[in-house]
Design a protein around this ligand. Structure first.
Ligand SMILES: NC(=O)c1ccc[n+]([C@@H]2O[C@H](COP(=O)([O-])OP(=O)(O)OC[C@H]3O[C@@H](n4cnc5c(N)ncnc54)[C@H](O)[C@@H]3O)[C@@H](O)[C@H]2O)c1
Ligand SMILES: [Zn+2]
Length: 342
């Protein structure tokens, strides 16, 4: 068992563990009377059934509620279906949710937890690299609506985050790279040390070498957690985590969500760097270095369908006609810059 970090917020705090034995965690920590394991169909087959059996062996009551995998299911409809199923099975305010899956499951299950019977506790058990380093931490929950991604949601912090790197063994290389995109982001905005580690160890990371994977997950989790501690509700510094995302979100949308999030963010980072170089706040050599790392990870750096400035205005981070761009100033540091779009 290893504690990576305890996130301390103004009204609550919770711990993030890596490679903790999940069953023994639930034996030691009674978060609910019984647990609704929310997952998707893929993760259900791979891990949820096993988890439920392990919990039951330890006399911990659990029930699985699953939906078809994929971003398309991150909707109010799925939320309602799951809530109805939970009511049918007698889940009430004394119970808790286990979000077992990638970011889609985490966001949806977190939103369900924050609204089910006016709110019940939940635990994040991320199974994708992206979810381990990003979406499981920080308490942002939500679903997509026809006007855009994540437009309905809440801040609802989990009781704990349990990262188990064994889950990565069944993940595709494409999904691993998807997570690496976000990890490169952390290096650029906040840690030269992480950035250089990625430069030196990228192949080992993509090959899931234990030592390297553990290092980058721990480092990323700490970076994200420390930013969330400073600005839980994203009124200021937390915006820095949106480096590469202003263009990234628009690129994802234009691709009709065929391009994975981390891939779109990779292109978004290259575009942000170009702006930063034009604004004379980032050296061309640093911009090239970031681009080379993105290439080394097998992630894209260009798109045939570059969004126009007006496409960015549907981003939920806009304020009127102003958009905040996160621009790096050197490797390991970035600033927030408001730009008017007309
Ligand atoms: N809340 C936040 O702060 C935050 C941050 C970043 C991203 N997100 C959200 O996260 C979502 C993307 O997350 P994602 O990339 O994890 O996508 P995902 O949840 O759709 O998972 C990707 C695919 O991998 C499969 N999968 C999951 N774990 C697996 C495993 N261990 N082995 C094999 N297959 C597995 C899933 O079934 C799915 O098909 C988006 O909806 C995004 O908006 C949220
Ligand atoms: Zn992201």
């Amino acid at each position: 068992m290893a504690l990576i970090k305890e996130i301390k917020l103004s009204t609550e705090s919770y711990k993030i563990f890596i490679n903790e034995n999940i069953e023994s965690f639930f034996k030691k920590n009674k978060i609910g009377q019984k647990y609704a394991i929310i997952t998707d169909d893929k993760v259900k087959k791979l891990y949820a059934i096993k988890l439920k059996n392990e919990l039951q062996k330890n006399k911990i009551e659990a029930e699985i509620f699953s939906f078809k995998n994929g971003e398309k299911q991150k909707t109010i409809n799925t939320l309602e279906t799951l809530a109805n199923q939970m009511v049918e099975k007698g889940f009430d305010r004394k119970d808790a949710i286990i979000a077992l899956g990638g970011g889609v499951v985490g966001d949806l299950a977190g939103f369900l937890a924050s609204t089910y019977m006016r709110g019940i506790p939940y635990i994040q058990v991320p199974t994708t690299l992206l979810a381990m380093v990003d979406s499981s931490i920080g308490g942002k929950t939500g679903v997509d609506i026809s006007s855009g991604k994540n437009l309905l949601g809440t801040f609802h912090q989990p009781q704990a985050v349990l990262i188990n790197t064994n889950y990565l063994q069944t993940l595709s290389q494409q999904q691993i790279k998807n997570g690496v995109g976000e990890i490169i982001k952390y290096g650029v905005i906040s840690s030269k040390q992480l950035f250089e580690y990625l430069e030196k160890n990228m192949q080992n990371i993509l090959d899931l070498k234990e030592e390297n994977i553990n290092y980058i997950i721990k480092k990323s989790v700490i970076i994200k957690a420390e930013i969330v501690e400073q600005d839980e509700k994203e009124s200021n510094i937390r915006m820095i985590l949106n480096y590469g995302h202003t263009y990234g979100h628009a690129i994802e949308k234009i691709s009709n969500y065929k391009l994975l999030h981390g891939y779109a963010v990779a292109i978004g980072m290259v575009i942000a760097n170009k702006i930063a170089v034009e604004e004379k706040i980032l050296k061309q050599t640093d911009s090239e270095r970031i681009k080379n790392l993105i290439k080394l990870a097998g992630l894209p750096t260009t798109t045939l369908h570059k969004p126009k400035l007006k496409d960015l205005l549907s981003d939920k981070k806009k304020e009127g006609n102003f958009i905040s761009f996160i621009l790096p100033t050197k490797i390991g540091e970035a600033v927030i810059k408001k730009t008017q779009c007309q």
